[in-house]
Design a binder for this molecule. Structure first.
Ligand code: SF4
Length: 357
């Protein structure tokens, strides 16, 4: 074990040199803002999904000052479809923090980076390592998996004490030199070789030393989290439409789809479609509505902690009445450029293309 620990970093570095990823756009820069953006986008999201968003976002907001000056709607529109929207809100807030409190320069240490909204311990370590060469230890889910398997660490992952223990362990493995390649190597190993379900052990630099492999415990390391049954919750949406436009409302800043534009909705995470009657009443009592609300579409959307079963009610309006609640009439052609939750965007595009009538 001691020998494995001593040689671990050098072997990760050597492996990354010949078998790791070298062409990702954020690997070709020392620009802390670009690295930071990639780290935020890559949280809970695969590289292939991130790539087009990353390029488009940078085109619109090439530096931290431009991002800080942007309107929240503009930022959300460029994030729309990538999910986990609190990431975009925090990134925007953090950009403003950088301009207001750090003279427009991204802080140059993991400890300071961690004080910005949306940057956790592991992301701060990655940004500091890649942008400033700081010897900081990343420890995201992929890295935890590699360490637990290689070193046979059996601990319940949800416990804070395990987290602290693993941080200490990861710090003890850091190389004296080559932190950038080591950090990238760990990421690459976790994402491309030591994957959760089908690790490619023959391609792994630790194939002959890995304790999980030698003891037949790959499937049980790291110790799986207790399974939760995902609840299913109902919610209703109103599609109030006029000939050329649709009524959209901004979601409250906090909570599901916070700050995004959306069809008016009943409570999204209530247990049983709470608020549907009040929602429909608000629209049905408007004098300019021309037809009775009818359910015309349904969709399901999976959040991390529940599945949303949505019913959409259409109401045709004779004129563009004001329905209040931070809403406005949006021309159909402008919908695609607003920050909308992905399933709502899909629904509106389907309506526009005549898939629903
Ligand atoms: S040998 Fe297999 S299980 Fe062990 S670290 Fe490598 S890829 Fe993962």
């Amino acid at each position: 074990m001691a020998a494995l620990k001593e040689t671990f970093a050098a072997r990760v570095i050597a492996w990354q040199r010949h078998a790791g990823r070298h062409d990702l756009p954020w690997q070709k820069t020392r620009d802390a803002y670009r690295i930071w953006l990639s780290e935020v986008m890559l949280q809970q999201t695969q590289v292939a999904t991130v790539l087009p968003y990353y390029e488009r976002f940078l085109k619109a907001f090439p530096d931290v000052a431009t991002l800080a000056r942007a309107a929240p709607d503009e930022v959300m529109a460029h994030w729309s479809g990538l999910g986990y929207y609190s990431r975009a809100r925090n990134l925007h807030r953090a950009a403003r923090d950088v301009v207001e409190h750090h003279g427009g320069r991204v802080p140059q240490s993991a400890a300071l980076l961690e004080t910005l909204p949306g940057i956790g311990r592991s992301s701060a370590a990655a940004i500091a390592a890649f942008a400033f060469g700081e010897r900081a230890a990343i420890l995201d889910g992929n890295v935890k998996r590699v360490l637990c398997r290689v070193f046979g660490i059996e601990r319940p992952m949800q416990k804070q004490s395990t987290e602290r223990e693993l941080v200490g362990f990861a710090l003890g493995l850091l190389p004296e030199h080559g932190i950038e390649r080591y950090t990238q190597g760990l990421m690459d190993l976790g994402a491309t070789v030591c994957t959760a379900k089908a690790p490619r052990c023959p391609d792994c630099p630790f194939a002959n030393d890995c304790i999980a492999r030698a003891s037949g415990r790959i499937a049980t390391l790291p110790a799986p989290r207790e399974k939760r049954i995902t609840p299913r919750r109902k919610a209703s949406f109103v599609l109030a439409r006029h000939s050329q436009s649709v009524w959209l409302e901004r979601r409250p800043e906090r909570g599901i789809w916070g700050g995004l534009w959306c069809l008016p909705a009943s409570a999204l995470d209530a247990r049983s479609g709470a608020g549907e009657a009040q929602l429909l009443e608000r629209f049905m009592k408007a004098p300019a509505q021309a037809g009775v609300a009818s359910e015309f579409a349904r969709f399901e959307h999976a959040f991390t902690h529940f599945t949303l079963l949505a019913s959409v009610f259409a109401i045709d309006c004779r004129r563009e009445d004001d329905f209040g609640r931070d809403g406005r009439w949006v021309p159909w052609r402008d919908c695609a450029s607003l920050g909308l939750p992905a399933p709502i965007k899909t629904l509106l595009l389907d309506v526009q293309q005549g898939l629903f009538r």
